[in-house]
Design a protein around this ligand. Sequence first.
Ligand code: 6R9
Length: 645
Amino acid sequence: MSEQYIYPVKPEIARHAHITEALYQADYQRSINDPEGFWAEQAQRFLHWRAPWHTVLDYDYPSAYIKWFQGGRLNVSENCLDRHLADKGDQLAIIWEGDDPNQQRRVTYKQLHAEVCRFANALKAQGVGKGDHVCIYLPMIPEAAVAMLACTRIGAVHSVVFAGFSAEALKDRILDANCHYLICSDEGFRGGKTIPIKATVDKAAEQCPGLSKIIVVQRSGNPVNWQPGRDMWYHELLAIADTESEPEAMDAEDPLFILYTSGSTGKPKGVQHTTGGYLLYAAMTHKYIFDYQPGEIYWCTADVGWITGHSYVLYGPLCNGATTLMFEGVPTYPAADRCWQIVDKYQVNIFYTAPTAIRALMAQGDDFVASSDRSSLRILGSVGEPINSEAWEWYYHVVGQTRCPIVDTWWQTETGGILITPLPGATELKPGSATRPFFGAKPEILDAQGQVLTGVAEGVLTLSFPWPGQARTVYGDHQRFIDTYFKAYPGYYFTGDGARRDEDGYFWITGRVDDVINVSGHRLGTAEIESALDLHEHVAESAVVGYPHDIKGQGIYAYVTLIVGTVPSEELKRELIAHVRAEIGAIAAPDRIQFAQALPKTRSGKIMRRILRKVAANELDTLGDTTTLADPAVVDDIIANRLNR
Ligand code: 6R9
């Protein structure tokens, strides 16, 4: 990497930054040499505790036993709301911008606290208690924040399901997490379209006998089906709810939420996070990585249905008493200048989004950006997938006018918060590199045999020591948690990502090394999409791989063999795409479907995905060894009929 690609720290940012290079060096060393002392100090600084902990950390990676701040008691909503009332009661907690540019709401800490207290009481009145599981299927409206915080107030565990998932996917998640309660809206709005939320819930609920109460937020006001006794209006429950609510003092290790994510097998994993460690990690990373300063307007574009929405729309910012912007819509509606209009409208200082959005906006041309002022912007962030240097440079030069450092933040649902990232006042930037570990993070690159590689190296990315935000288990399947993350490389947490470390010790994430693909920053297991396709009556077998896609990062390429006698057609392709949408959701719809006579398999019957990936990427000269194939002619047919050329 030559010098010209290094962007030095900006003195004007470093001058007021929470963390400078000298501080980073000193505190990073301390966080590694004395993790317990370091984290105890942070836990005191960032959180309000009802009772002190007796043990900072107790862990055993082989059995995936991880406990932080045992004995400590605290409440998440109290930390995010009550303790700000004295000095920030009238400050905005949430700025909400509707899909329709003429709709907005401003919610102060006082107002948010009042509504959360009332809704917490409403939930209690419906029988929701400590430890109960509540499914939340809501669009990006302030009530999503209220619902999540109200759960934490009474010690209920939320499982937020992204409102773009289908009824089928929602049903699976309700059943797996054993939710008896669900909170949704009548409808949602996105990009000018109306999304049928309650209707989807009704369909899922048909197959969820345990789901006894559904609370519905009125968003559109259009009529929806109603099952008296089961369905209740949010506003009606609020109207009769008490305003006083004592937060439940939770154990630091009590479950806080479950969030489903894709793995390399077909069944999504309910990643479980706990109370104390997660909140500390979300708050501390938010403050230092975005260099959040009091009074600033902070906007993370993620949906609350993903971990980024949990940690960096809601919990981190609110725990720090920040003003967080929640956007209901999409970056291209009504036009591709929407984000910058919003930045100007609310004088946003910190903007955090995904590379796929940056690439989509870049493709629309600079005029959409140039028509706005954006001088309020100070820090830019990126998350969800590797950012290509072209998109990075555009983000830096065009959006940020070379004024704003970009924090390229690497992390995962399972890590709870950011682990590898630049710090605005400390880190020299290299476009495309997530740079260096955050405090307490000990990334190691291992080779396939599990040997630790030092210096300049490329291999699988692991972490050799716990951090407070780390997930504690997969709900209902601790063995799967062990098998997925702690078995392949004993003594290490295995991320599923590959990485390279350069001569400056900077990390470059190279992408997933398992059968997970990253489409527009969304994690999808290829096995999940295959199972959906295989359910279709005309499908004999399928294999799904990712291929390079200009906007989405990776597109979905499905190879499908049909039941004998089925005639392949464009119409059938459309039907299969619609079928996957119905089974999982629009985010999983294949971009390309290739009908094949057969799939390339080894003699032992394993599909050779390596070859399918190469064909999908149109990299035919690097197909590699095909001699282990049972029938090499199969590949010739697949190459002849490939769609990407
Ligand atoms: C936060 C989030 C996690 C996977 C992760 C990796 C990819 C996320 C990245 C990145 C390169 C970054 N990923 N951030 N790759 N650079 N800055 O996205 O969580 O949905 O669980 O996805 O996303 O492959 O393993 P999640």
